[in-house]
Design a binder for this molecule. Structure first.
Ligand code: APR
Length: 271
């Protein structure tokens, strides 16, 4: 195709001749859906230091001290996801399935791969749309609408007095107590085990693919960052799609997923 870089042509040849492709994604694939990444300049962890917000212990301590800050964190995490739609990158990844054996392993909790049509998605960091018990057992699903409403209620709750009790009341659809049971969003925070059986399946998928497409991840958080290592050790070819990080891949398609992936898929299809 005119204008296609040699790297994109080579990546398309690798993917087109692969028997099994794994797409390993991070926050970058959802950046064009309006969801902030974690470690870019304006990244999420710049605004909310992980030691105060990325563990349940840190969150509890911060909530007791500054409930309005935890409200800000919950809204900043939940609202963009609740309002997001799949990007052109999600759509291109889903289209790959129409002519190849493709499995998606994602660190994201936004379900945008499924919404774009990908049928096998390993959500190794869980999903914001499940509510689970303290032990991680599934309890119920929440909709985008319910998440948006919850953010509205939390915003109101912290505008007055008695911030913490009112905030907990406002968030009761996604976290709180019922009887003796604590419940919470089905997402994996720092120091917690990755979601099963997704993590076990992801390790098998990574060790069994010919090509791994690594899209929009700094690949710095373990054990998720093991995915490219397992794939490489199994002899797979690695292709990175990212404007900044090459993930040590053999091929680096430098640019935003929403631009690079549609062009790559067109090349694979032979348009
Ligand atoms: N297209 C592709 N990649 C992009 C885009 C884009 N439009 N915009 C940013 N990126 C890239 C950045 O260059 C960076 O390499 O996405 C990557 C985002 O990296 P992080 O912010 O570290 O996000 P991620 O790798 O998903 O973090 C992994 O860390 O904090 C935990 O649990 C959290 O799942 C998350 C994990």
């Amino acid at each position: 195709m005119a204008g296609c870089s040699p790297e994109t042509r080579r990546a398309a040849a690798w993917i087109g001749s692969a028997r099994r492709v794994v797409v390993f994604t991070g926050a970058g694939v959802s950046a064009e859906s309006g969801i902030p990444t974690f470690r870019d300049e304006e990244g999420f962890w710049q605004r909310f230091p992980p030691e105060q917000f990325a563990t349940w212990g840190g969150l509890t301590k911060t909530a007791l001290r500054e409930p309005a800050r935890v409200a800000e964190f919950v809204i900043a995490l939940v609202e963009p996801i609740a309002k997001a739609a799949p990007s052109r990158g999600h759509a291109a990844i889903s289209e790959l399935e129409s002519f190849l054996d493709v499995k998606v392993i994602t660190q994201n909790i936004d379900e945008l791969h499924q919404e774009a049509g990908s049928s096998t998605v390993r959500e190794i960091h869980g999903t914001l749309f499940d509510v689970v018990s303290a032990e991680g057992r599934f309890l119920w699903r929440v909709s985008r609408r319910e998440l948006i409403d919850t953010c509205e209620r939390i915003r109101c709750a912290v505008s007055g007095v008695l911030k913490l009790p009112r905030m907990l009341l406002a968030a009761r659809r996604i976290m709180g107590w019922s009887g003796r049971r604590v419940y919470r969003p089905g997402i994996v925070l720092f120091g917690e085990s990755l979601r099963e059986p997704d993590w076990s399946h992801a390790q098998l998928d990574a060790g069994n693919c010919d090509v791994m497409l690594i899209v929009g991840t700094s690949a710095r958080v373990w054990p998720a960052a093991e995915m490219p290592v397992i794939a490489r050790e199994a002899g797979a070819k690695l292709i990175a799609v990212d404007p900044v990080e090459d993930s040590g891949a053999e091929l680096w398609l430098r640019g935003p997923a929403g631009e690079v992936l549609p062009e790559l898929i067109r090349m694979v299809r032979g348009d």
